[in-house]
Design a binder for this molecule. Structure first.
Ligand SMILES: [Ca+2]
Ligand SMILES: [Ca+2]
Ligand SMILES: [Ca+2]
Length: 203
């Protein structure tokens, strides 16, 4: 992809970033001058893609971006020095939404929580930019993620939920395998806790 932007150094050097190598669809580009990126106003065409999560998916100390396109393909930008350093296609997730991200198992790689149309929720435990493992939690239909963060200060990010009908708030305190210590409290009341420890909020 060659673009002449009218500047004196146009086409001295150029490159394109292909986020989706499967169908050879170039969706992003930045423009170079004299061998360097000229400023931070990179031109990146991501039409048809939505950024669904950010975090350090490859544990190199720099936050990255996870994208999803209309057909469901999930891809990553691995960032460095404010620019895209590498890209990767991850997996097709049609019909699923990324609803939270955080380091749920405390290994330094940001993980992603997904939910499909039926409410079934699973975590991607990322490892060096790829899916290192998954944990399925069953349905969380009727609950929305309020926030993800380390609410109990044990080094693992947790998930706070709110019931869409009752407004009840509860948390999943995650363990090293990203299994929650607390199941969701049913909207009808009562409770189905697997443990009462690390319990923060409940109405
Ligand atoms: Ca990174
Ligand atoms: Ca992790
Ligand atoms: Ca925690």
């Amino acid at each position: 992809m060659v673009v002449n932007d009218g500047a004196a150094n146009s086409n001295v050097a150029h490159t394109s970033i292909t986020v989706n190598p499967v169908n050879n669809n170039p969706v992003a580009a930045w423009f170079m001058g004299n061998g360097n990126i000229q400023g931070t106003a990179a031109i990146q065409n991501m039409a048809g893609w939505t950024a669904v999560a950010t975090g350090d998916f490859n544990h190199d100390g720099t936050a990255d971006v996870m994208w999803k396109n209309a057909s469901g393909l999930v891809a990553e930008w691995f960032m460095g020095n404010g620019a895209i350093q590498a890209t990767a296609a991850v997996q097709n997730m049609p019909g699923s939404d990324a609803i939270a991200s955080g380091d749920f198992d405390g290994d330094g790689n940001t993980d992603v929580l997904w939910r499909d149309l039926s409410g079934v929720t699973e975590a991607w435990l990322m490892k060096d930019g790829a899916i290192g493992g998954t944990v399925s939690y069953g349905s969380t239909a009727g609950w929305n993620v309020l926030a993800a963060g380390d609410f109990n200060h044990d080094g693992l990010d947790d998930i706070m939920w709110q019931n869409t009908t009752t407004g009840a708030v509860t948390t999943w305190s995650m363990t090293a395998t990203a299994e929650p210590l607390l199941t969701l409290v049913p909207a009808t009341g009562g409770g189905a806790h697997t443990t009462t420890s690390d319990y923060l909020l409940h109405t």
